[in-house]
Structures are given as structure tokens and as C-alpha cells.
Design a protein around this ligand. Structure first.
Ligand code: NAP
Ligand code: MG
Length: 492
């Protein structure tokens, strides 16, 4: 894989293109945007700045592909076989894709590899699942045969953020294509290159032109135009609650459905009987993964009062050992994605310090990390009042809030006491308590004595409350990306 349709500008920047109807193309305006490497703060590539005109072309291509015999006449098993082939091609190109993902997002190289591996797993899972989606027969009356079948929505618009481009693309594309939809994808202007490369691999795997279209550009231009396009049949969005509101309004105007995955402020509850030697390293690791820029990051640790001192000592030592550095140096932490996220994270920490919240422990930035890169240290604060901004809002950075509690009821109240509800972690040896608290959590997923459970390709994922609605991953996504049709036949 050499970088599909790429060339170099006079400043030595690699030129990436959008993908519309199976062809690499620039924006119709000819405009481009620079891609910044978060590790250095300097541009390394360009992408087309697509506009509404390009969105129109991509949606038309996806709509035409929906009716083309080379797509419609494929059986579910044949679609699955192409997804399996795509998984194989990604595997063959793993090194280059992992490097590209890490350079583009700033994540340490090992995490880049982890993300490519997860993408392979998604395409394998949905490749195998494509021909295992079944309807029902319904016993309504004598002389009738009634049945349900699952059909594709049609053209699915997918708006993807910068934190996990490859993984989120794979989880959407795997399920959507398995069910026979076609796709128009608007990845983030901050990180989208692995998605462009993978879409070309999909063509090589046998997906017909127009089934996967990639529009690069700005959210408020290409993204907004895509969400309002009257020819799309469904939208799936991952990102901030504010943009999620706009997406849902756009979907309402077209009377189409949407899946919204809008982040979280997920609690990790550590009860008095928890095994801290297991819990605390996992809590630290799952918060710091991807620099805390993970929707399901367990960014609030609720610690039982009796274990407070022990917990803060361990986390102080743990956070002090965390070093941030360039993606290729593969340290614990990479840079954040861009200057505005860096400002945002620093502002949260400054407010916390001004409000007198103790900083328990802080990591360092490697001396060789370029000064123009978007680096910040890992920080753990506590005790953080449960209603403080730091304990309520999504920081999206390497910042952990510790909150003490005394009783199970109090822990449940604090855990559920934010506008979000994505994931919750429970650490206890008491099975009855684990069951009670798991049932009481207002969240889409709950983990007991573990967290994140190895990526969880098979596990339905999504939120309640401000974390959004709808489910991706696992078999649940096959339902999300299809529509149920009921057929009734009178055979008297
Ligand atoms: P964002 O603006 O919501 O961006 C998410 C996606 O939506 C990107 O592809 C973005 O494109 C696109 N977009 C932006 N404005 C749009 C519009 N008006 N219409 C259609 N699409 C639009 O998020 P952000 O600014 O990158 O990050 C801000 C905060 O959101 C973070 O600090 C974090 O709290 C949260 N966030 C959550 C997740 C998650 O996984 N749940 C992911 C990212 C961010 P461009 O990037 O090209 O503008
Ligand atoms: Mg980038």
C-alpha cells in the first residue's frame, strides 16, 4: 500500500483525495486543508475541503450504487465474503495503517496497532455475521403466511470523530455493508487518512464503486451538508452533544432515524472490599488510553472512604510515572489531537486548581517531545466535589477525578448524577452488591471487576441520557443499520 492516489505538494506534504463513486478526487472548489501531526504541530499532508456540491455527488453515487445490480444482486453471504477479504487486506497493510493512524491522531504506535487490529476484528465479525440475520414467521391466522425480513435503510451517512477513526469506521462500515446499505462517510478534518486508505482497500476487496464514499473537509461544511441532504436514509454520528443536537434536528427534517454516540463521564466505583491491586491499574490505564480522548473513558473514580488513602497513594505513584511523548516513541501518552483540545483540557485543570481542588499526582512530558506538539501531562485530582465541573463535564484529556463516598446508595447517586450515561465500572467481591449496583446504573454498559473488556467488538455499545441513543457493535448494529419489513400472504 503506497497511499492511494497520493502525491506530494511543493512543501513535501502528501496529497490525499476524497473518494466518490470509486474515484479519487479533489474538492470541486479545488481547496485543500492541511493535516497537522499532533506530535510535531506541523502539517504533513493535505486533504480536499469538500463542500455541499461534493456532498451532492457522493450521495448521488451512493444512491445509484444502492440500485446497481452488482450490489443488489449480491447475496448476504457474498457481502460477508467481501468484508472478510477486506479484513485480510487490512491485515496485510497493518504496519502502514498503524503508522498512519498514530501519526494522524497522535496516539502511541502500540495503540495505533491496537486500533488496526480492532478494525480487522470488526470486519471479520460482520463478514461472518452478514448471512446470519434472520426474520420471523408470525402465526396470525389460518390461510396466511406472515413473516418479517430485515432490509437495508439505503444510503447511510456516517460522521466520524478524530479519536478512533479506523475503529469507528470499521464498526459502522462493517455492520452497514453487511446489511446491504451504501455509505457516505464524513470523517474528521483532524484525522481521516486511515479511513481513505481503507476505503480503497474495500474497492480492492470487491465493494462496487459508490458503495463507500469518503468526503473529507470541515464539519460545519461537508458534515452539515451531508446531514441535511434529503437523499440520505439514516445517519450515524459520534462526537459532541452540541453537534449531536444538530444532527438529530437534521434527521428530523428528513424524517429519518439516527444513532448518536455523544460521549460520557463514566464512573468507576471502588467499594471497600475491592481488590485495589487489580482495580487501580485498570482504572488508570482505561482513563489514559488515547490520552483520555475516549468516549467511554472512566474519568470519575468513586472511592470508598475506607480505601481513600491507599487509593490516592497508588494513583499518585501511578500518574507520576506517566510520560507523554511522540507517537513513534510509544510512551504511555501521546499528544492531544489539536491546539483547541489542548486549551480546553488545560482550562479544566486551571479551573480545578483555582477552585482549590488538590492535584494528587501528575506525570511528565518527555524532554525530546517537540515544543509545538500538543502535549499535556496526566493528572489525578481529588477529592473532587461530585457537582464540580471537573466531575460533571467530559474533559476528553488525561485527567482523572477522584470522588470519595461512604455508602452504596451514595455511590449510586453520584455515579448516576451527571447528564451522561455511557459506561460504568464496579469493583467489589460481593456478588449481590455487584448485581444490585449494575442494575441501578443508568448507562449503556456496565463492567464488574474489569473495564472495557478487550475492546468488546461483540458487545452492544451506546448510551442513555446525554450520551445519546441507538446501539453499535455486536449483532445489535445489524438491527440498527436495517429496517424490519412485514410481509403477509393469503394462500387460501
Ligand atoms: P465534534 O465537533 O462533535 O466533531 C465530531 C464530528 O462531527 C467530526 O467529524 C466533525 O467534523 C463533525 N462535525 C462538526 N460540526 C458539524 C456539523 N455542524 N454538522 C455535521 N458534522 C459536524 O467534536 P470536536 O469538536 O471534535 O470535539 C469536541 C468535544 O466533543 C470533545 O472535547 C469531546 O468532549 C467530544 N467528543 C466526543 C467524541 C466521542 O467519541 N463521543 C469524539 C470526539 C469528540 P470535523 O472534525 O471535520 O469538524
Ligand atoms: Mg491529524
Amino acid at each position: 500500500m503506497t497511499g492511494y492516489g497520493t502525491s506530494l505538494t511543493t512543501q513535501n506534504l502528501k496529497v490525499y483525495k476524497a473518494l466518490i463513486d470509486g474515484k479519487s478526487c479533489g474538492a470541486s472548489s479545488g481547496e485543500t486543508l492541511d493535516m497537522i501531526c499532533p506530535s510535531t504541530g506541523f502539517p504533513f499532508a493535505t486533504i480536499p475541503r469538500c463542500s455541499a456540491a461534493d456532498v451532492g455527488k457522493a450521495v448521488s453515487a451512493a444512491k445509484a450504487a444502492m440500485d446497481a445490480p452488482e450490489w443488489v444482486r449480491l447475496s448476504a453471504g457474498e457481502r460477508g465474503a467481501r468484508l472478510l477479504k477486506l479484513a485480510e487486506l487490512i491485515d496485510e497493510n497493518k504496519d502502514k495503517l498503524a503508522q498512519l493512524e498514530a501519526r494522524d491522531t497522535g496516539k502511541p504506535l502500540a495503540q495505533g496497532y491496537g486500533d488496526i487490529e480492532a478494525a480487522i476484528q470488526y470486519f471479520r465479525f460482520y463478514g461472518g455475521a452478514a448471512d446470519k440475520v434472520m426474520g420471523d414467521t408470525l402465526p396470525i391466522a389460518v390461510d396466511y403466511l406472515a413473516l418479517t425480513v430485515r432490509e437495508p435503510h439505503g444510503v447511510i451517512a456516517s460522521i466520524i470523530p478524530w479519536n478512533y477513526p479506523m475503529q469507528i469506521f470499521a464498526r459502522v462500515a462493517g455492520a452497514a455493508l453487511a446489511m446491504g446499505n451504501t455509505l457516505v462517510v464524513k470523517p474528521s478534518e483532524d484525522a481521516c487518512l486511515s479511513i481513505i486508505e481503507t476505503a480503497h482497500l474495500a474497492l480492492e476487496a470487491g465493494f462496487p464503486a459508490g458503495t463507500i464514499n469518503i468526503l473529507t473537509g470541515l464539519g460545519e461544511e461537508a458534515g452539515a451538508a451531508l446531514s441535511y441532504n434529503p437523499e440520505i436514509d439514516y445517519i450515524t454520528f459520534t462526537g459532541s452533544p452540541d453537534v449531536g443536537t444538530m444532527i438529530q434536528s437534521a434527521a428530523a427534517r428528513n424524517h429519518i432515524g439516527c444513532t448518536l454516540e455523544l460521549g460520557g463521564k463514566s464512573p468507576q466505583i471502588v467499594f471497600e472490599d475491592a481488590d485495589l491491586s487489580k482495580a487501580l491499574p485498570i482504572i488508570q490505564e482505561c482513563l489514559l488510553k488515547n490520552g483520555g480522548q475516549t468516549c467511554s473513558a472512566g474519568s470519575r473514580a468513586l472511592i470508598h472512604q475506607s480505601r481513600w488513602e491507599e487509593a490516592i497513594e497508588t494513583l499518585r505513584t501511578g500518574f507520576r510515572s506517566v510520560v507523554a511523548g511522540r507517537f513513534q516513541d510509544d510512551r504511555d501518552l501521546g499528544p492531544l489531537i489539536n491546539a483547541s483540545q489542548l486549551r480546553r483540557v488545560k482550562a479544566f485543570c486551571e479551573t480545578a486548581e483555582q477552585d482549590g481542588i488538590p492535584l494528587i499526582g501528575e506525570g511528565t512530558i518527555a524532554p525530546d517531545a517537540p515544543t509545538e506538539g500538543y502535549y499535556t501531562t496526566a493528572k489525578v485530582f481529588g477529592p473532587v466535589p461530585a457537582d464540580h465541573q471537573l466531575a460533571q463535564e467530559e474533559v476528553f484529556g488525561p485527567v482523572l477525578s477522584l470522588i470519595p463516598f461512604r455508602t452504596e446508595e451514595e455511590a449510586i447517586r453520584i455515579a448516576n448524577g451527571t447528564p451522561y450515561g455511557l459506561v460504568a465500572g464496579i469493583w467489589t467481591k460481593d456478588l449481590s452488591r455487584a448485581t444490585r449496583v449494575a442494575k441501578a446504573m443508568r448507562s449503556g454498559q456496565v463492567f464488574v471487576n474489569t473495564y472495557g473488556a478487550g475492546g468488546g467488538i461483540e458487545l452492544p455499545f451506546g448510551g442513555v441520557k446525554k450520551s445519546g441513543h441507538g446501539r453499535e457493535k455486536g449483532f445489535a448494529a445489524l438491527k440498527e443499520f436495517s429496517v424490519l419489513k412485514t410481509i403477509v400472504m393469503n394462500h387460501a
